[in-house]
Design a protein around this ligand. Sequence first.
Ligand code: KIV
Ligand code: ZN
Length: 517
Amino acid sequence: MSDQVILFDTTLRDGEQALAASLSVNEKLQIARALERMGIDIIEAGFPVSSPGDFDSVRQIAATIKNSRICALSRAVQGDIDAAAQALNIADQFRIHTFISTSDIHVESKLKRDFSQVLEMATGAIKYARKFTDDVEFSCEDAGRTPIDNLCRMVEEAIKAGARTVNIPDTVGYTSPSEFGGIITNLFERVPNIHQAVISVHCHDDLGLSVANSIAALEAGARQVEGTINGIGERAGNAALEEIIMILKTRQDRFGLHCNANPTEIYRTSQQVSQLCNMPIQSNKAIVGTNAFSHSSGIHQDGVLKSQNTYEIMTPESIGLVRNTLNLTSRSGRHVIKHRMAELGYRDSDFDLDVLYERFLELADKKGQVFDYDLEALLFFENQKEADAHFQLRQLNVQAGSNHFATGSVELQIGDQIVAEAATGNGPVDSVYRAIERATGQHIEIQGFDIGAQGGGHDALGKVDVTAEFEGRTFHGMGLSTDIVEASAQALIRIYNLIHRQQQINAEKSKRAMEEV
Ligand code: KIV
Ligand code: ZN
């Protein structure tokens, strides 16, 4: 049996479907590029039949990503498979992933069918998907709670019907490692054609066992593992792919398995996913938490100083957490920034050097020294902006003190008009938000407001994340500046732009619907 583990990332599908505010196409593309850079074999980019937006993003990702194979999800019905194939067929090679529930509870209560009907639907869907590609993956949803006889039968029939990969999900995160490993062992012992397919696993984290279950399955013979960056996903999330990668690398001695991922891309990818998805990482999270490599107790610090391996089984550098060595200032030229970005692993096409350099100079004037994380934060912030944004912040002023109401004034460009407004509020951010609301003439209900720092020190870039609901949908905006009030204003303006775009899409849809009547 091969010692190669195929890495299947579903951050953009299982992860994204659990977010309060869905990602834009541009944001999904940024994540897909980071996953490609990290060496992920298969990227599940979405569920095309679920919405035109999902269809569009899968298609754009399939058109852009060349070094990872793009996959899309479909239920075991022809309409879903058609949508997946149409979204993916812009790529030379792609995977269709089709699934149906196999546990008694799902078959009876959710599908309201019997097992033989489900078997027929599954094999029919696999055969249909094979008309579009040789690379078909089939998942037995809720396999963890499926009677083993039924599971063996389903896997055998799925392989006969043409599935090249058969996925065994623990959909509700119910099993224990020895139990889940035992299911995989059973399949290898009882399914006669099992070696004609790759056995994959997909574990959820409801009992905190998703990574342990995935590793137990790999020990039992599974050779594809599915997960998400930072473990984001339905409910308690999915198996964290960065943890699995580091387990395979760090414990090569025990498992003897390897994967294609470049672990030095882990930290950056994790940060990007956390920021774009507005999902903070707990500080003690394995591998990517801020405390994952810091030693607090005196005994541990003493040990590490004497010999690193006393308490360190991995180095921060191994996941790409490098100390900032290059100190950039406003005297650094464009070529230095270009060179540094290349060293950080970015391609020229990942950024607009003119824009980045301009933002870099502005920041260097304010901060003096600019570090790698500042550059990456600027890049990230610029990438989320749209060039033709309807609302743009041109100027902002605030007057605030401990004994007075704050007064904020803003000048916005709204379409081709310049609008200036002022307002008082119970603090600088409140006054500016009121002024923005006056200028736009539109009230937005803010749900979440978080302030954080990007980098260290009192001159760090302030980062503000705002979530707001509009017509039943949640939108997320991020702002970044050395001035926290300005960052707050940027985050709100971003939400105004997202809502404006949504309104335009809705207007176009109803116009089309009217024309069809
Ligand atoms: O958790 C699950 O069972 C899934 C399937 C669609 C693979 O996400
Ligand atoms: Zn799942």
